[in-house]
Ligand binder design. Structure first.
Ligand SMILES: Cc1cc2nc3c(=O)[nH]c(=O)nc-3n(C[C@H](O)[C@H](O)[C@H](O)COP(=O)(O)O)c2cc1C
Length: 253
């Protein structure tokens, strides 16, 4: 019984990775949760109770599919992401960092300009030097950054012509908005990987540029600290109430 469940689960996972089609999902679900369990139980594990398994796996399989179709747990991920300012010294796997960077790469940007590049600072000594340049000597700001195993430094790159035109005409510098979105993509992916992050806007930009060989005329927009959180606890979010920030149809003065 255990092996047939495992088998069903693995094949289910494998196939679902490669298809998004609802009909296909239902078809696979029928095969995997109805036909296959019966087959396995009847011929490989004849002493188990195939019909009981047949019913329970069919129902749970269908429920899983309909839940998948309705929503993904995005809001749960958003609630889980928080600024982490206390890290363990556990090594952060390269594959995880790569997936975070991929999430950043796929972020939307004005006119698809993608005006960013990401410097992954994972060399411990260099990372600590960057961390020192994020901490303020007088204010209690960013004194935790050395604990993070990785710093991702977001450099603002040249946008394309249309984005620049839009920025000028509409008096909004889109690249700063763009890198904010990319940064949050990175942080959300990191959260889904079990990693903690903190976006930093406060740091000694000139000195970090010099340290990391970033050309003088470019800007470093943000730095993201990344590592395994020391504590599991998810804090209650302190946010304004929806009623205070949402206007329906017209702006309420
Ligand atoms: C653009 C930006 C700059 C930030 N700069 C810093 C920073 O320099 N140091 C810091 O500790 N947190 C910084 N934060 C994190 C915010 O303080 C944090 O996101 C906010 O308080 C909400 O808390 P949460 O992220 O835990 O939900 C920054 C966040 C953003 C979006």
């Amino acid at each position: 019984m255990f092996f047939s469940r495992l088998n069903t689960f693995l094949i289910y996972k494998f196939i679902f990775k490669f298809t998004n089609l609802t009909i296909m999902k239902l078809l696979y679900c029928t095969i995997l949760y109805i036909i296959q369990p019966v087959f396995i139980n009847k011929f490989l594990f004849p002493l188990s109770d195939p019909w009981q398994y047949y019913l329970s796996s069919a129902i749970s399989g269908m429920l899983k599919v309909s839940n998948n179709m309705k929503q993904i747990d995005f809001l749960e991920l958003v609630k889980k992401r928080q600024s982490v300012r206390c890290y363990s010294n556990k090594h952060v796997e390269k594959e995880k960092i790569d997936r975070c960077l991929e999430a950043g790469r796929l972020a939307p940007s004005a006119c698809n300009a993608q005006p960013w590049s990401f410097i992954v600072v994972d060399d411990p000594e260099l990372k600590n030097q960057v961390a020192d340049l994020t901490a303020d000597r007088l204010l209690p700001l960013n004194h935790f950054t050395k604990q993070a195993q990785v710093h991702i430094v977001i450099v603002i790159e040249k946008a394309n012509l249309t984005s620049n035109l839009g920025s000028a005409i509409k008096d909004k510098f889109f690249p700063w908005i763009d890198i904010g979105i990319a940064a949050e993509h990175i942080c959300l992916q990191a959260t889904s990987e079990g990693l903690g992050t903190c976006i930093l806007g406060w740091f000694k930009e000139k000195k970090i540029k010099k340290l990391l060989n970033v050309p003088d005329k470019k800007r470093i927009g943000l730095i993201i600290t990344m590592g395994y959180p020391k504590k599991e606890e998810i804090r209650q979010k302190k946010r304004k109430a929806l009623a205070d920030i949402v206007h329906v149809n017209v702006y309420r003065r």
